[in-house]
Design a protein around this ligand. Structure first.
Ligand SMILES: [Zn+2]
Length: 177
């Protein structure tokens, strides 16, 4: 082997602040990185695949869903992950883009909200002890998803963190098992 790039990486073992499942679309990657920085999520296991949360909510096949669940399982086992952020984004090609919704951004957001909640529920069923947070990434920022709608993610709002506390449904899902 021949060294072609000089760079010192941290070599110690780590506990991950979170695992993040998001689309590989380059247009949203900077927004995701900046959002994670703002959330003080530094050590992150990135699971970057076409469609992001779609691979759990509306997988093309069983293999895709199983593969992603296994990635989350590995992150939990190897890096003690307790928090998983699931993301999808506007104009995602795996959904047929914004064109699939005839340019209707509200219809698109509503569709993604349902997708993200389905992805969250699947993760909570499989991993009852982790906190799962669904987010919709638009071209104007990152939107937090809840049962009743898509909320704007106000960067400096202290309520943002409070609203991310483990949802009460955690008990409901563990009882289901
Ligand atoms: Zn995409």
């Amino acid at each position: 082997m021949r060294k072609v790039f000089e760079f010192d990486s941290p070599s110690g073992q780590y506990l991950a602040d979170a695992a993040v499942l998001c689309c590989f679309d380059h247009r949203i990657s900077l927004a995701v990185r900046e959002f994670l920085k703002q959330q003080k999520i530094a050590r992150v296991d990135m699971i970057v695949v076409a469609g992001g949360a779609k691979t759990l909510a509306s997988p093309r096949n069983d293999f895709e869903q199983d593969f992603i669940l296994e990635q989350v399982r590995m992150s939990i086992r190897l890096h003690g992950t307790k928090r998983v952020l699931v993301m999808s984004h506007s104009d995602c090609a795996t959904y047929g883009g914004l064109a699939h919704f005839n340019g209707d951004r509200d219809a698109e957001a509503e569709h993604h909200r349902a997708e993200l909640l389905r992805a969250r529920d699947l993760l909570m069923t499989n991993f009852p002890n982790i906190l799962v947070e669904p987010y919709f990434v638009k071209f104007d920022g990152v939107w937090q998803v809840n049962e009743s709608g898509v909320l704007p993610m106000a960067i400096d709002d202290p309520r943002v963190m409070r609203s991310l506390e483990p949802p009460k449904q955690a008990g409901k899902y563990s009882r289901k098992r």
